[in-house]
Design a binder for this molecule. Structure first.
Ligand SMILES: Nc1ncnc2c1ncn2[C@@H]1O[C@H](COP(=O)(O)OP(=O)(O)OP(=O)(O)O)[C@@H](O)[C@H]1O
Ligand SMILES: O=C(O)c1ccc[n+]([C@@H]2O[C@H](COP(=O)([O-])O)[C@@H](O)[C@H]2O)c1
Length: 197
């Protein structure tokens, strides 16, 4: 069986916390690849102050472009509607019966796992792999395979807020290509005015 990591997220925008945890899970489990999967409509999250689906997809592509074993899975964006993981995993397991999927989540998602749509059935389809996150307990009554990784207290919310507060570069928080794209598109309240003098 091929071992594939699936990393579902809103990625609004993607940041180094995402990249670091995906890479540590890839290394720890000996995966053949990790697929970053932007959702269409997150089940438990408000998408106000969001980039469009196409922009979030583009930012993920830019974030992972130099890593040969990171890929993008567009299944949820193509399907549209609310991105329940159960529906996704049912379809992906049918599409790829020779693949064992490992669904990667951070500590906050571990804490909320019991609230996920059809969670008991979902547990039959996929192995959850968890990474601790500052501010979360990372505890669940459901089985989660924990991977030790450096923790970073960084979120997409922090980056969106930071962009509102100052024009100072975001370097070290997300890949340069993603920052350039955010500024070019004028996302999250940045100005895309081009200085003409
Ligand atoms: N710094 C981090 N450490 C551990 N897990 C993280 C971190 N940032 C994100 N994740 C995990 O990555 C997945 C996708 O997260 P998401 O794209 O929603 O980013 P976010 O930073 O949590 O966004 P937002 O601040 O907009 O809520 C989730 O499973 C989340 O728990
Ligand atoms: O299926 C669910 O009920 C469910 C509830 C919360 C989150 N998820 C998925 O978990 C992943 C991380 O979610 P988020 O909101 O942190 O981007 C993403 O792929 C979501 O679609 C799924």
């Amino acid at each position: 069986m091929k071992k594939v990591g699936l990393f579902g997220g809103t990625f609004n925008p993607p940041h180094i916390g995402h990249l670091m945890m995906a890479n540590e899970v890839y290394a720890a489990l000996g995966l053949s690849e990790v697929r970053f999967m932007p959702n269409a409509k997150p089940p438990h999250k408000d998408l106000s102050r969001s980039a469009t689906n196409a922009q979030r997809l583009r930012m993920v592509e830019l974030a992972i472009e130099d890593i040969p074993y990171f890929h993008v899975e567009t299944y949820e964006l193509d399907r549209g509607g609310v991105s329940y993981t159960f529906d996704t995993m049912k379809a992906l397991c049918e599409r790829e019966p020779q693949t064992q999927f490992y669904f990667i989540i951070g500590g906050d998602m571990i804490d909320s796992l019991h609230t996920w749509h059809r969670i008991d059935e979902l547990m039959e389809l996929v192995t959850f792999v968890g990474v601790k996150r500052p501010g979360s307990e990372a505890k669940s009554t459901y089985d989660v395979c924990m991977v030790e990784a450096p923790q970073i207290d960084l979120s997409s919310t922090y980056i969106r807020n930071r962009l509102q507060q100052t024009e100072a570069p975001l370097q070290f928080l997300l890949p340069a290509a993603v920052e350039q794209y955010i500024r070019k598109e004028g996302l999250y309240g940045t100005s895309n005015d081009v200085c003409s003098d």
